[in-house]
Design a protein around this ligand. Structure first.
Ligand code: IFM
Length: 457
């Protein structure tokens, strides 16, 4: 760590969570099951058979959690709304988000809800799920319902989180709910997730044109493992499906032609008219960044699976034989290589290749297997990770990128999807037996970063 990196005044300092990962209380107040409630009960789907039934009980402990945020000095909190909770009968579930928003505002913290962080209502999955077009319309209805209640106090809205994961881990590799392995369906799921975003922005903006709308996409820096033609082409394909397949429709109103050619054999031919719906003007774009993909292309190799403890099937629809060799860089406890320069690269690329829009890092963080020693977690690895990535953000701002805020993943340890509770991303440790919260060294470090306006010497 070297030199102070002070961010512009007004820069948002936040932390993020998602409903199924933290709330628990999965059948409280009339909440119906989502695909994750179903998936976690499938034998072998989640490490240790863990579920989000209790998670960290944020549903009942949100006031304590908001107090923690206030103590850290967070200016903004990104959470997600559970679709089935929000639509519980009698408005009792939606009332939870009403209370949460008021508690945040009372604490001087700006609420940043995300409307879809992977918890599709099971009834909609039973009707075909995201591969079915109607799901996008149901999402827009739900978004408008939530926005009608909270839009008077919540200015910034994110529609869908990481549509790549929802589509390709959910419907191609099957590592995530609903656990389907249907590559063609995954492409349609991706398209409908983006259509859902566009329709929701339209519906919410019609209610309150002054609010600000965007989506959160998970982007990677992508580099070929060598100059060999096969590696360069594999990197193009991975960049295509991971990054451009989402950025181009959202920001340019078209699909990348090379990706359409890669996936031609799956009969993916979305109606042109949808592109205009997807390409609604957005007020901001959220970027979730964790690592770089270094890619090689060996047509004879077995398909490379996704990052899950059980991964066997490839999410890389149209390029199933790409591989991700290690470059020898240090990794987090997820096995993800730590490469802050990739974050600056992603930001500068967005600025150069896409229309100008305010950018936010809506997720960035490091997961480890860690336990407290003498009452606290000394998570120097996480501090180093965050420090490096914040400096990369600072460099990008220096290069003219309109980056307006940073949300670390995550505020609290929580349910890490197929990894269950085995990997911890929180600034705040949660004892899963007692649900007691204890700030880690990284929480104290982040509070100091916020106080100073950036990482110090
Ligand atoms: O925990 C997840 C989050 O739900 C989505 N983005 C990546 C995080 C770490 O895997």
């Amino acid at each position: 760590m070297s030199g102070a990196a002070i961010f512009p005044d007004g820069f948002r300092w936040g932390a993020a969570t998602a409903a199924y990962q933290v709330e628990g209380a999965t059948s409280a107040d009339g909440r119906a099951p989502s695909v994750w409630d179903t998936f976690v009960r499938r034998p072998g789907a989640v490490l240790g058979g863990d579920t989000g039934d209790v998670a960290v009980d944020h549903y009942h402990r949100f006031r304590e959690d908001v107090a923690i945020m206030r103590d850290l000095g967070l200016t903004s909190y990104r959470f997600s709304v559970s679709w089935t909770r929000a639509q519980a009968p009698g408005g009792r579930g939606l009332a939870f988000y009403d209370r949460l928003v008021d508690a945040l505002l009372d604490a001087g913290i700006e609420p940043w809800p995300t409307l879809y962080h992977w918890d599709l209502p099971q009834t909609l999955e039973d009707a075909g799920g995201w591969p079915v077009r109607d799901t996008a319309h149901r999402f827009a209805d739900y978004a408008a319902e939530v926005h009608a209640v909270l839009g008077d106090r919540v200015r910034n809205w994110l529609t869908v989180n990481e549509p790549w994961c929802a589509a390709f881990l959910g419907y191609a590799s099957g590592d995530h709910a609903p656990g389907r392995r249907e590559p063609a369906a995954a492409l349609h799921a991706a398209h409908h997730l983006m259509l859902a975003h566009g329709l929701a922005v339209q519906a919410m903006r019609a209610q309150r044109p002054d609010n600000l709308f965007g989506a959160a996409v998970n982007l990677y820096a992508v580099t070929p493992a060598s100059d060999a033609e096969a590696d360069v082409d594999a990197a193009r394909r991975v960049d295509g499906l991971q990054n451009r397949f989402f950025l181009d429709p959202l920001l340019l109103g078209r699909y990348p032609g090379d990706v359409l050619a890669d996936v031609e054999r799956y009969g993916f031919a979305p109606p042109d008219a949808d592109l205009a719906l997807i390409n609604q003007p957005v007020d901001h774009l959220g970027i979730n960044y964790y690592s770089r993909h270094t890619v090689s292309g060996d047509p004879d190799s077995a398909p490379q699976a996704a990052s899950s403890p059980f991964a066997e099937h490839s999410p890389w629809v149209g390029s199933e034989h790409v591989r991700f060799p290690s470059t020898g860089r240090p990794t987090t406890g997820m096995g993800w290589e730590i490469d802050p320069s990739g974050l600056a690269e992603v930001l500068v690329r967005l600025h150069r290749e896409y229309p100008a829009v305010d950018l936010y890092i809506t997720e960035n963080g490091a997961g480890y297997q860690e336990e407290p020693a003498n009452g606290t977690v000394h998570d120097a690895g996480r501090i180093g990770y965050l420090d490096g990535h914040l400096r990369a953000c600072h460099d990008a701002i220096g290069a003219g990128v309109p980056l307006r805020g940073y949300f670390t993943w995550s505020l609290l340890d929580n349910f890490e999807w197929a990894w269950g509770y085995s990997r911890r991303f929180g600034l705040v440790h949660v004892d899963y037996a007692t649900l007691r919260r204890a700030p880690k060294d990284s929480a104290r470090w982040y509070a100091e970063v916020i106080r100073r306006g950036g990482p110090g010497e």
